[in-house]
Design a protein around this ligand. Structure first.
Ligand SMILES: [Ca+2]
Length: 372
């Protein structure tokens, strides 16, 4: 579908002067709609929208200069009245480009750095709708483990500095059988004694299908802003959420040790001097153990969690929003499971299986984000 230009985009060959005028017009709207935060963002120290243009693919694209390390929520609207959060980007001290892949579905789209009050409103909307999810802010972390880490596998390197430029919502818990049945209609798990147990024996394909159907259901119910989908976490998103700001082997407790009073794994094999503990040989209920600093439960142990990515070696160096190899034969699994040793539940541990592979130790959790 060919995109009709908005009133201020009369030609793809706009001069920058006209483009800047367009941006200022949009900014003016915000100033008139009680948004002092935007006035601040237009100062010399803040963000300036410097341009807006048609991208080659028919999507809208714009760029602005952003302060390094500062997060900028980008709002999008088709009518300057109803706004939703398009994405959340982190400045790197250089001009940033944002592409709106959803734009071709609309006759026109407007963009703005979202005032703090609106960001809170949008996130609060989600928080009250999806009480079993938490918002993870954009940021940078080191993915993988150092060679000095006890129990390390060489596939956990080379360590790679990952920047996640967009915030995302992620499930506090692994998806339960109750949730799975409500979306799919059948219970395909092995440990079916309690529906609140995590869905187990899921293949990657089953997990991805759940995300797709959940998106359809929530969209039909009018609970998802345009462009938002449920999907599996990327491997980078998963490790970022698991670490919750930590750099040690584990994202819970003191970070350097793990016993089975802290997570569900084979307690005969603790880590880092922790005492031996129980071995249940089956999944436990969500919330049985303490969460990590970001409020996420069972990132270590219980059921292994499928990630979106094909499995492949880390690139090393610095990357932004990695999504793994373009193709592959196996999908990524993370976090260890109820049969794992503690060293197999470390934040950096990686495993993989073919997409159709099913085992009682494998489940998943979902991400809600504004781009695929
Ligand atoms: Ca888990």
């Amino acid at each position: 579908m060919k995109l009709k230009p908005s009133p201020c985009l009369t030609s793809p060959k706009l001069t920058w002067r006209a483009v800047v005028a367009c941006a200022l017009e949009c900014a003016l709207f915000f100033l008139e709609s009680a948004s002092p935060a935007l006035a601040a963002s237009g100062s010399g120290e803040g963000v300036r929208l410097v341009g807006e243009q048609m991208s080659t693919g028919g999507s809208y694209q714009f760029s602005f200069t952003a302060n390094a390390g500062q997060a900028y929520p980008i709002g999008v609207s088709a009518d300057l009245v109803q706004w939703s959060l398009l994405t959340n980007v982190v400045g790197r001290g250089a001009p940033l480009s944002v592409v709106d892949l959803e734009a071709p579905k609309f006759q026109r789209r407007f963009y703005q750095i979202v005032p703090a009050a609106l960001t809170n409103m949008l996130t609060n909307t989600f928080a009250s709708t999806y009480t079993n999810m938490v918002f993870v802010r954009p940021g940078t972390f080191t993915m993988g483990s150092p060679q000095s880490e006890q129990g390390r596998n060489s596939t956990e390197g080379p360590t790679t500095v990952v920047t996640l430029s967009r915030g995302f919502w992620i499930g506090k818990y692994e998806v339960t059988q109750e949730e799975y049945v409500a979306v799919i209609g059948t219970n395909d798990s092995f440990f079916t004694s309690i529906l609140m147990l995590p869905a187990d024996t899921t293949s990657w394909t089953m997990a991805a299908n759940y995300c797709s159907k959940l998106t359809d259901r929530e969209r039909a119910a009018g609970r998802l802003p345009v462009g938002y989908t449920f999907r599996l976490p990327t491997e980078a998103e998963w490790e970022y959420a698991c670490r919750a700001g930590t750099t040690n082997p584990f994202g819970i407790g003191d970070g350097t040790s793990l016993g089975s009073s802290q997570a569900n794994f084979d307690g005969n094999f603790p880590y880092g001097g922790a005492a031996k503990g129980p071995y249940f040989q089956m999944p436990t209920l969500p919330g049985h153990y303490m969460p990590n600093a970001w409020g996420l439960y069972d990132m270590h142990g219980n059921v292994w969690e499928w990630c979106q990515d094909w499995y492949g070696p880390y690139p090393g160096g610095e990357v932004t929003d990695p999504k793994g190899p373009a193709t592959g034969s196996e999908r990524v699994l993370r976090g260890g499971g109820y049969t794992s040793l503690a060293k197999g539940c470390r934040s950096a541990v990686r495993d993989s299986r073919e997409p159709e592979y099913r085992n009682t130790i494998n489940g998943f959790r979902v991400v809600l984000a504004s781009l695929p």
